[in-house]
Design a binder for this molecule. Structure first.
Ligand SMILES: Cc1cc2nc3c(=O)[nH]c(=O)nc-3n(C[C@H](O)[C@H](O)[C@H](O)COP(=O)(O)OP(=O)(O)OC[C@H]3O[C@@H](n4cnc5c(N)ncnc54)[C@H](O)[C@@H]3O)c2cc1C
Length: 473
């Protein structure tokens, strides 16, 4: 890895989507600016990808982590375009727009239109009427962070918090609304409240703006796209790892797997990294590992940042993949799947009907795959039950919540001790302090900071790459 003296050496630590995308963006920006950089990436595990891990087993493709990204945000799609991988994209089936919540003994479909929402859904009439009083709720004091639970209960009522918000938070963060920061986890909602004084006012105002924009578009001969505001869940034909595999292969000899970085040090105006395989020098370093690893790496060079990062909690999770012969299913489910509010006291967070989301791509012909999510911030025990007990629990829960009594012909279990970071109240202020105390040339990236979705990770990777390139000016 020899370099000329004016080539800047940039090291990325962590080969999940955040680190791999950051390395891609550094090379892209340097290319656009005509600068010479050498980018090396170190990944502690033997395979790159981190949480991107599509496992092929018995003809099934079971995603151990994410099953896709939303196409309503530009960041992942732009990266896919950079890589010329558009043809590999796999949009979810239209029927997966149907999403359900299990409440009071049955599955309720969540309808997008406000009228259908008020006529059905998991809320009682009292709960729905309480939502209508939202414009009268007091607003969060400007600049103050609050928990998602406090915000939702104040604005929408206890029932909406427990039966709508809570399962949605499970679906994204496997989190606990009473601890989670509104500003960090749902910045758009915090921003809407601040800008419009409430959510109903914001919705009405935005709907009016959209109507005007549509009219202007029609006058200009532009038609709007088919996806709703949430966007279409999109993956890759062979599973999400296609993206990280491609980014890793683009690194060529500059990716080192199975090399864990233990410490970062500062010496003679530069940075060095200590590993079991020796020391490596760098001008700049992007630390794109989970927060606890970042805390260890930065312990000597940035003790204050390290302490803050070490306190970011994570939810544990098990993903249980169960496959059925279609002939054993009385009514194969149609839709995305369902989430379960905590008040229901069940032992699973919900289930995704994978073969309905990506028909023909994740299960062998004549079979049906379901991915069941277990654990989360409020259940540190069930994910770690012995395999057989966990599978028995999952089968009993599927029978109780979706009436599925058939015996699976396939099963697999994947456990994450630290699946998803939890942004607790005050997260953004603590993060600002951690970042302010980093040594010059060191930048953080990864899902522990400003969003856990794939789109957020890719966006933050680009921000990290821009910051690193700015340090060279
Ligand atoms: C079960 C599950 C389902 C999800 N579903 C979705 C979904 O459908 N859609 C969505 O948008 N998001 C989803 N997410 C979130 C999303 O997958 C993650 O936020 C994202 O993949 C995190 O990427 P990352 O690169 O920041 O971290 P990681 O993927 O955790 O990568 C960090 C990497 O750093 C490496 N590392 C750690 N320490 C060191 C060290 N000292 N030296 C070198 N390397 C080190 C690790 O081995 C790892 O490879 C899901 C997450 C989980 C767990």
């Amino acid at each position: 890895m020899s370099t000329s003296s004016d080539t800047r050496k940039i090291v990325v630590i962590g080969g999940g989507i955040s680190g791999l995308a950051a390395a891609h963006f550094v090379k892209k920006i340097a290319g656009n600016q005509g600068r010479s950089v050498q980018v090396d990436l170190f990944e502690g595990e033997s395979r790159p990808g981190g949480k991107f891990d599509a496992r092929l087993d018995g003809g099934y493709t079971v995603e151990a982590g994410p099953n896709g990204f939303l196409d309503s945000k530009p960041w992942t799609l732009d990266l896919v375009k950079d890589l010329g991988m558009e043809k590999e994209l796999l949009p979810s089936d239209q029927s997966s727009a149907r999403r359900f919540i299990y409440s009071r003994g049955r599955l309720h479909e969540l309808k997008a239109s406000p009228l259908s929402f008020f006529l059905g859904g998991p809320l009682s009439i009292t709960g729905r009427l309480r939502i209508m009083a939202e414009p009268l709720a007091s607003t969060t004091p400007r600049g103050k962070d609050t928990s998602l639970a406090e915000f939702a209960q104040r604005r929408l009522g206890k029932e909406a918090l427990e039966r709508l918000l809570d399962p949605m938070v499970s679906g994204i963060f496997a989190g606990d609304p009473s601890r989670m920061s509104l500003r960090a986890a749902f910045p758009r909602i915090a921003q809407l409240e601040e800008e419009y004084g409430g959510l109903t006012r914001a919705m009405l105002s935005l709907a009016a703006q959209r109507k005007k924009a549509k009219k202007r578009g029609e006058e200009a001969g532009i038609s709007s796209g088919p996806s709703g505001p949430g966007g279409v869940l999109t993956s890759f034909k062979e599973g999400v790892s296609q993206l990280t595999d491609r980014l890793a292969s683009d690194m060529g000899e500059h990716i080192r797997t199975g090399v864990k970085i233990n410490r970062l040090g500062v010496a003679n105006g530069g940075l060095y990294l200590r590993t079991e395989a020796g020391e490596f020098n760098a001008n700049s370093v992007i630390v794109a590992t989970p927060a606890d690893s970042a805390a260890g790496i930065l312990r000597d060079a940035a003790p204050q940042s390290s302490t803050i990062l070490s306190q970011i909690p994570y939810s544990p999770m098990a993903i249980v993949g169960v496959g059925y012969k279609l002939s054993d299913l009385r009514n194969p489910p149609v839709g995305f799947g369902y989430l379960i509010p905590k008040v229901e006291n069940r032992k699973i967070l919900g289930a995704l009907w994978t073969s309905s989301i990506f028909p023909g791509h994740r299960s062998p012909e004549g079979s049906f795959l379901i991915r069941v999510m277990v654990g989360g911030a409020r259940d540190h025990e069930t994910p770690f039950l012995p395999d057989e007990e966990l599978l028995t629990t999952v089968k009993a829960e599927l029978a109780a919540t979706m009436g599925l009594t058939a015996e699976p012909s396939f099963s697999t279990i994947i456990r994450w001790k630290k699946a998803i970071p939890l942004y607790t109240v005050g997260h953004l202020d603590r993060l600002a302090e951690a970042e302010a105390n980093l040594p010059p040339g060191v930048v953080l990236a990864g899902n522990a900071y400003r969003g856990v979705g794939i789109n957020d990770c890719v966006r933050e990777a680009e921000v990290a790459a821009i910051k690193v390139m700015e340090t060279f000016i």
